[in-house]
Design a protein around this ligand. Structure first.
Ligand SMILES: [Zn+2]
Length: 337
């Protein structure tokens, strides 16, 4: 079994040896301390939030800091920004209507009140970090001579589909981005090695192309049940890799390896915890809400941001050999990405 490709990436990029957890944790703490100072200087929101706090002395101390959530983002979004608007390269907006279901990509408990839009800002550097993760994360399941089919919408610059497409082109693959209908025709016409898409598109296209062989499938954005996996496997005889990410994590977050026993976290860019209702970190193996801290983002960093997703984490060695922490279980709140 191949070890997750993220280990080599982190070693090459940061000089952190795959099995050296002490080095990873000390890297994460130093990033958190730097982020803390950066956010307090550049963001009025974080300056207010951390008025009485100094930079954390340890990861344990950091895990007692206040959490934030999507409501803070809606109410205080612009004051969370740490750079000038002119440095922003992309803004993702989630819009909420006055009544009924949200039009955007996430759901807030609004009790019928009108919510302002939720906006998440990225600099060009922030987007490059995600692209780098996509390039190296995808190495687990594909190589330069492969043909890939992307079912995510890819027309919007820097969307999941566009970034994934760019990452696979950088890896040397031949890449097709198609809607579900054209995708089925392409699969019948050409030999495709890797298909990437949201669960709903993967299921719709696989139903129309049963019996075609695809080597690997990347599923993202929507929860993939055991039944969904079985359906995809029996339609395409494929190996399925689930990916977890949301706009707040920079789209990319964690991806499965060949062991398929949880998703390895992009720990060089994200510090991930599972917290209880009071925002206290729970032990590995316990269920709670996933909270993320972005370690490398400049535009709009998130510190102890509660995602609304239910999760279980583990730090045990994966059957692939990696000690990179994994999301063992995730129940995603409905949202687009
Ligand atoms: Zn693994």
């Amino acid at each position: 079994m191949k070890r997750t490709s993220l280990d080599q990436w982190i070693n090459d990029k940061h000089g952190i040896a795959a099995d050296d957890r002490q080095a990873m944790e000390s890297y994460q703490l130093s990033r958190i301390r730097a982020l803390f100072e950066y956010a307090k200087v550049h963001s009025p929101f974080y300056r207010r939030l951390y008025e009485e706090y100094g930079a954390p002395e340890s990861l344990e101390a950091f895990c007692l800091f206040p959490t934030i959530d999507a409501h803070d983002l809606v109410l205080h979004g612009p004051s969370m920004l740490c750079v000038k608007q002119s440095e922003i390269s992309r803004i993702v907006t989630f819009q909420f209507p006055q009544q009924g279901e949200p039009v955007g990509l996430t759901t807030l408990q609004t009790s019928g009140t009108v919510e302002s839009p939720k906006r998440i800002y990225f600099t060009r550097e922030d987007i490059e970090l995600t692209l780098d993760f996509f390039v190296h994360g995808m190495k687990t399941m594909c190589g330069p001579s492969d043909r890939a089919l992307i079912l995510f919408p890819a027309k919007t610059p820097d969307s999941v589909g566009a970034l994934l497409s760019e990452a696979l082109i950088r890896l040397g693959l031949t890449v097709h981005c198609e809607d579900d209908e054209k995708a089925a025709a392409l699969l019948r016409d050409k030999s495709v090695d890797v298909v990437c898409g949201p669960r709903s598109s993967l299921l719709a296209v696989s139903k129309q192309t049963k019996g075609i062989n695809v080597r690997a499938v990347l599923s993202s954005s929507e929860s993939l049940s055991a039944d969904d996996r079985n359906m995809l496997e029996s339609a395409w005889k494929c190996d399925i890799f689930d990916h977890y990410g949301m706009t707040e994590t920079g789209l990319g977050g964690a991806v499965e390896c060949e062991a398929h026993q949880g998703m390895h976290i992009r720990e060089n860019d994200l510090y991930v915890e599972v917290v209880d209702a009071d925002g206290h970190k729970v032990a590995d193996g316990d269920i709670g809400e996933l909270a993320v801290t972005t370690l490398t983002r400049r535009g709009m960093p998130f510190i102890r941001y509660r995602t609304g997703d239910e999760a279980i984490l583990t730090g045990e060695r994966c059957p692939c050999g990696s000690l990179l922490r994994r999301i063992l279980y995730i129940k995603r709140k409905d949202r687009g990405v």
